[in-house]
Design a protein around this ligand. Structure first.
Ligand code: FES
Length: 254
């Protein structure tokens, strides 16, 4: 498909109180925007679960927009701040997995900004048109499943919810956790979760030796073994019984 004939498929999550009303106003005021987006109305941008993003790409969308109320205007006070935290973390995970995070947009549109709504939509569709269609091949599906599993996992959900609290609260030594330190912890945790979920996705389809996993994920063999030991300890990965006496192959435990 050439660039001219490519029509991006966009999924939009619009907050009921602002962006959805902005879209309505754009329609009434006849501000033009292309009909490429499928709209899901949510009560607040903070309601958008980060796992919806990889799910949308797996379902064949080329881009995802989350549009909420301007900072300070959220009907539920901090929903848009939570949305920002969730989408920033989702972008980090997408980047780490080698998926273009520009395909995810978070922006603010008020109920009175019909013209701005049509502008944001047009600009995003144009950006996705330049990026091209989402390359949904087998490798990419594996990456998206790993991103989705990481975002659904307890560790990352806990960090999204507790992040600000960790910054505000003192530890037992009456010290505050600096922002950079928190960022470092978040980076390390999401990297670890992503790699573990990529390993799980790989061994789910067929038993693999540590060397094969390390080559596929371009990871050092020692690091791969460390992750495998941890996954075996968590009961998520086991050894393939049919490979007894040969090089051990790892498989997904049920
Ligand atoms: S109510 Fe609109 S972003 Fe929260």
């Amino acid at each position: 498909m050439d660039e001219m004939s490519f029509e991006p498929k966009i999924l939009s999550f619009l907050c009921n109180w602002c962006a959805y009303a902005g879209a309505d106003l754009a329609g009434i005021s006849r501000f033009q925007y292309p009909p490429n987006t499928r709209v899901i109305r949510v009560m607040c941008s903070g309601r958008v679960d980060p796992a919806f993003i990889p799910k949308a790409f797996l379902a064949g969308y080329d881009g995802v927009m989350v549009l909420g109320c301007h900072p300070g205007d959220c009907h539920y006070l901090t929903g848009n701040i939570q949305a920002e935290r969730k989408m920033n973390l989702t972008r980090k995970l997408l980047n780490m997995a080698g998926i273009e995070s520009e395909r995810l947009l978070l922006d603010w549109v008020s109920a009175g900004e019909g013209e701005r709504f049509s502008q944001v939509v047009r600009q995003f569709i144009e950006k996705i048109r330049q990026l091209g269609s989402f390359p949904l091949n087998q490798e990419m599906r594996g990456k998206l499943h790993a991103v989705k599993a990481s975002l659904e996992g307890e560790k990352i959900r806990w960090m999204v919810g507790k992040g600000p609290e960790l910054l505000e609260k003192e530890n037992v030594y009456h010290e505050h956790l600096p922002q950079e330190k928190l960022e470092e912890i978040i980076e390390g945790t999401i990297r670890e979760e992503l790699i573990k979920n990529r390993i799980l996705t790989l061994v789910e389809s067929k038993p693999l030796a540590a060397t094969e996993i390390s080559q596929t994920l371009k990871l050092k063999l020692n690091d791969t073994l460390t992750y495998l030991v941890s996954l075996v300890g968590e009961g998520k990965v086991g050894f393939d019984p049919s490979e007894e006496g040969k090089v051990p192959k790892y498989t997904r435990s049920v």
